[in-house]
Write a protein that binds this ligand. Structure first.
Ligand SMILES: Nc1ncnc2c1ncn2[C@@H]1O[C@H](COP(=O)(O)OP(=O)(O)OP(=O)(O)O)[C@@H](O)[C@H]1O
Ligand SMILES: [Mg+2]
Length: 282
């Protein structure tokens, strides 16, 4: 799309994508970093509702990193990150659940439903949606942090079959009932892989993957290895890029990272020829 296009040209450009994606499943990772302004949150709710209305199955997995950190701070709990993963003790896991499932999840669901998007909020604990095991980051014990070993796909399909949009708060449950904090990128990737989704889109507060101050429009796995080696991909981008490649290996067709601060970036990525942000390819 460019600014000189008329409204009908824009619609015509979108038509083949609408036809191609009808009945397909997209997983959208809605990063906490992209949930800042009220106006942006409303636009996101509209965008996912439009996608659903044209017949795409949408599954949302949301983050909430900034709000978890802020609430923990107010409660006098210190936040520490290890390679983009939050160190999580018992107190922190309570904050994670409270903020993600109690507040952010309901806020997103409410906004989508105000647009008639028919969404339902669930967490990884509900009907054992996300089974997790303790996760070690580079061999380090980072507390009650989990990685997902199983996704209850029939449970998710039940929502999709009934034309409901699941909105998932990413924490997982161990077989012994332990609740684990799961990085939202890893959760989104596990859900997309298990669903064999057509597309996984990460919305964050950056244009995409940046290297030497420039947006990388297409990132190969080999290039990503180099950027990791040089420390150019760091912090919150580490679990994003690693999980993105794991989903491509699991058979998800397309993985994109886009700027959630940009107006209607999700629609632009899906319905226009140029695409935006970073596409990850093997
Ligand atoms: N090479 C890179 N390119 C782009 N961003 C990078 C890079 N390396 C590190 N980052 C950081 O990754 C951040 C995005 O990850 P972050 O975990 O903060 O957000 P999120 O995943 O969208 O939110 P949440 O974790 O709450 O779901 C960016 O704001 C940026 O600071
Ligand atoms: Mg993150």
């Amino acid at each position: 799309m460019n600014m000189s296009q008329s409204k009908e040209e824009i619609l015509i450009e979108a038509l083949p994508y609408i036809q191609k994606y009808e009945g397909k499943t997209f997983v959208v990772k809605y990063g906490g970093a992209a949930q800042t302004e009220t106006e942006l949150k409303h636009r996101f709710a509209k965008d996912v509702t439009i996608l659903k209305k044209i017949g795409i199955n949408i599954v949302i997995v949301h983050g909430g990193g900034k709000e978890i950190t802020d609430t923990a701070y107010k409660l006098g709990i210190e936040t520490q990150f290890v390679n983009g993963h939050r160190f999580t003790d018992k107190k922190m896991v309570d904050v994670v659940q409270m903020v993600l499932a109690g507040k952010i999840n309901k806020e997103i669901v409410n906004l989508i439903n105000q647009n008639d998007g028919e969404s339902v909020g669930i967490s990884g604990v509900d009907n054992n949606l996300l089974t997790a095991e303790k996760y070690f980051e580079d061999g380090q014990d980072i507390g009650l942090v989990g990685h997902i070993v199983d996704v209850n796909i029939p449970f998710l399909q039940m929502f999709l079959t009934n034309r409901l949009m699941p909105v998932i708060a990413p924490f997982g449950v161990g077989t012994d009932g332990t609740i684990y904090n799961v990085n939202a990128d890893l959760a989104a990737a596990a859900v997309a892989s298990a669903l064999k989704a057509e597309k996984l889109v990460y919305l964050s507060d950056v244009e995409g993957v940046i290297a030497n101050k420039q947006l990388v429009s297409t990132l190969t796995e080999q290039h990503a290895r180099e950027l990791f080696g040089e420390g150019i991909i760091n912090g919150g981008m580490i679990p994003k890029v690693k999980s993105a490649f794991s989903t491509l290996h699991a058979g998800v067709k397309k993985v994109h990272m886009i700027d959630g601060r940009k107006k209607h970036s999700l629609l632009l990525e899906i319905f226009t020829d140029e695409g935006i942000g970073t596409e990850l390819v093997l």
